[in-house]
Design a protein around this ligand. Structure first.
Ligand code: TYD
Ligand code: MG
Length: 476
């Protein structure tokens, strides 16, 4: 009788050990080891597992190296996804033979996005949609709901649907149909009968993805894989999955708001940090072509409100910030920030306290970014400072003003990148004044845009320019 041996596989990094540990020795995560039993015969696998994670291109014949200049140019032929916002994040469209992993919380709209996109692409290409989570009937119901609005009638027959969880059958169908694009919804729900472990486990996800990658490269099918995310917001499954695919996209959004943000975390064929914006409607996802309007409050300007221009990839977004500063009744004041890192807020408050002499450590401070956007950029610093000071002094910033600049710990206002695009976007949305770091050299551009440009070297100077009074002056 074959002796069964057990290995323990870390569900977060894929490391294997012979012994159980509470904490993975390789990545340090707790309770992530899962037992996986394998009989010795199992090691003779039908397909070799890509151990390094990199997809092998399977050369048909032994290849020799050649001088790089002599390598034939093959222009990247990209397939449009049917949605400009999606294409932007992909770097211009889907590349044949590539693998794209789309992650996101349950119910955020991954299946909807990919079904809509599959439907749009099916007008020109053959597309296979593999549903491993929902039945064919469920997908069809959704498809019908989505297609009505798009008026892309039922005569489109190049969209094929397969409701299947068995990897072997999915591979067979891919080989038989040879589609230009295939959607696998989701990779965690597929399973390879040859492996003993449960669907969704590290070994399963890795083996299924590697097998799909091989077939995609061989027949130039662009693959879109849906991946689940864990409670912590990480893509579930082993890290090797992220190395195996060419692009990792995340689809995120506020459960309470209708807009959804699509971002590239990794992209071998384009820039990362590009942003695509969609809105979930009753009949599927619609593109938001003018996202700044989403992140701008429509009400009258009030005390403690400031407008910044954040750049997401190459795309400037005009966003409203709100701060509330109130006397604290706690021993240590409360600081709460949504959309901006709390550490960043602490740092800005410390700079204001030190360089403007404002006693902010005796006040609670709350900060929020409108529209649920996460702003990671330091270019938002000046806006945060202005919102805090305006709330503290009960001042209203003159309407139509945007604030751009990073705060140095010494109270300086530091230059930021892509200032030109930021100013253009502000002017396009009707803003007439901008406070920016000194030495931008964009005076002429601003004049052309009919934008009043105020340049400041320090945060104190910038706030005087922005508010029209000196906030450090107690009589202000
Ligand atoms: P879904 O694509 O199933 O999410 P995921 O695949 O990421 O789990 O999206 C499901 C949610 O989207 C569900 O809560 C209902 C909502 N929805 C709409 O609001 N309008 C629509 O037209 C569709 C299809 C879904
Ligand atoms: Mg789904």
């Amino acid at each position: 009788m074959a002796r069964t041996t057990s290995t323990y596989v870390c569900q977060s990094c894929g490391a294997q050990t012979r012994q159980f540990f509470g904490r993975c020795a390789s990545c340090g995560s707790w309770n992530s080891l899962v037992e996986q039993s394998a009989t010795p015969t199992d090691t003779r696998r039908r397909r070799p597992v890509a151990s390094s994670g990199e997809a092998t291109a399977i050369p048909a014949s032994p290849r020799r190296s050649e001088p790089i200049a002599a390598v034939g140019d093959r222009p990247l032929q990209r397939l449009g996804s049917g949605y400009g916002e999606f294409d932007r994040v992909l770097g211009g469209g889907l590349v044949p033979g590539s693998l794209v992993l789309l992650g996101g919380d349950p119910g955020i709209g991954k299946s909807t996005l990919l079904l809509q996109s599959a439907q749009a692409m099916a007008a020109d290409h053959s597309v296979l949609y593999v549903s491993a989570e929902e039945s064919a009937q469920q997908v069809k119901l959704r498809w019908r709901r989505l297609s009505d609005e798009q008026a892309l009638g039922a005569e489109v027959s190049q969209l094929h649907l397969l409701a299947e969880t068995d990897l072997e059958l999915v591979l067979q169908e891919l080989e038989a149909l040879r589609p230009a694009v295939a959607v696998i919804d989701s990779i965690q729900a597929l399973h390879d009968g040859e492996l003993g472990s449960a669907p969704g486990s590290v070994a399963q996800v890795r083996e299924c993805a590697a097998a799909l990658a091989r077939i995609a490269k061989r027949q130039d099918t662009a693959l879109l894989l849906v991946g689940h995310v864990t409670k912590e917001g990480m893509l579930a499954g082993p890290k090797v999955l992220e190395h195996l695919v060419d692009a990792v996209l995340t689809f995120e959004g506020d459960r309470f708001a209708s807009h959804r943000l699509l971002r590239a975390v990794k992209n071998r064929f384009g820039a990362t940090h590009e942003l695509g914006v969609f809105e979930m409607r009753g009949q599927g996802l619609a593109q938001v072509l003018n996202p700044s309007e989403l992140f701008l409050g429509s009400e009258e300007p009030s005390a403690g409100t400031a407008t910044i221009v954040a750049c997401e990839g190459t795309r400037p977004l005009v966003v409203e910030l709100q701060a509330l500063v109130s006397t604290t009744s706690y021993a240590s004041p409360r600081r709460t920030a949504t959309g901006i890192g709390t550490n960043r807020l602490h740092q800005i408050l410390a700079v204001l306290e030190k360089h403007l002499g404002l006693p902010l450590s005796r006040f609670d401070c709350y900060l929020a970014v409108a529209g649920g956007l996460d702003v990671e950029e330091p270019a938002a610093d000046l806006g945060v400072a202005a919102a805090v000071v305006a709330s503290y002094r009960d001042l209203t910033l003159p309407p139509g003003t945007v604030l751009i600049g990073e705060l140095g710990l010494g109270g300086q206002l530091r230059p930021v990148g892509q200032l030109e695009q930021r100013l253009q976007e502000s002017a396009r949305l009707g803003f007439r004044r901008a406070v920016v770091p000194k030495g931008s050299g964009l005076g002429r551009l601003a004049a052309g845009l009919d934008l009043q440009l105020h340049e400041a070297g320090s945060v104190a100077e910038a706030l005087v320019l922005a508010l029209g009074v000196n906030p450090a002056d107690d009589r202000a």
